[in-house]
Design a protein around this ligand. Structure first.
Ligand code: HEM
Length: 131
């Protein structure tokens, strides 16, 4: 893919990626309480700010944007970082539904959406560590 047209640029850059990450956790809190409860939550029941921040940084880098996550936290090693989390088919699908709603909310469509749907589905399935 042309580096000036990588997914990070195509979805709209820094502000958009951050907004997608926030919408993702909003959709999760609203529609997927069992998945939300697996995460560390604050007093109001929202997924903790530090987790949301790390995810937003990761997402920017994974889409082809700034590599702040790696600079601050090292290689993502997502399977290892999800090792304490039971990731089953239901959790995988709930995660993907939440991300789909976030991408819908921010008008991510067309070829970049098709690409992201496939890449998220592959990654979420790779993270599955239980039936
Ligand atoms: C494509 C799929 C997924 C991606 C890209 C992803 C990415 C991430 C990232 C980057 C973090 C923050 C890691 C850090 O602490 O630095 C995280 C945390 C977390 N993820 Fe995922 N995740 C995915 C799927 C899932 C699924 C399917 C589940 C559960 C069924 C899940 C549950 C969690 C939990 C509970 C945390 C918080 C971990 C903690 O703070 O201890 N994730 N995820």
């Amino acid at each position: 893919m042309n580096p000036v047209e990588n997914p990070y640029v195509l979805v709209g850059g820094a502000e958009k990626v951050r907004a997608i990450a926030e919408s993702f956790y909003e959709a999760m809190a609203r529609d997927e309480p069992a998945l939300a409860r697996l995460h560390p939550c604050d007093a109001e029941g929202r997924v903790e700010l530090s987790t949301r921040e790390r995810f937003a940084l990761f997402l920017a880098g994974w889409l082809g944007g700034p590599q702040d996550y790696v600079a601050q936290h090292g290689h993502p090693r997502l399977r290892m970082r999800h090792g304490r989390v039971p990731v089953d088919v239901g959790g995988r699908d709930a995660w993907l539904r939440s991300m789909g709603k976030a991408l819908d909310a921010h008008g991510v469509q067309g070829p970049v959406r098709t690409l992201l749907d496939t890449r998220f589905a592959d990654l979420a399935d790779f993270l599955r560590n239980t039936l």
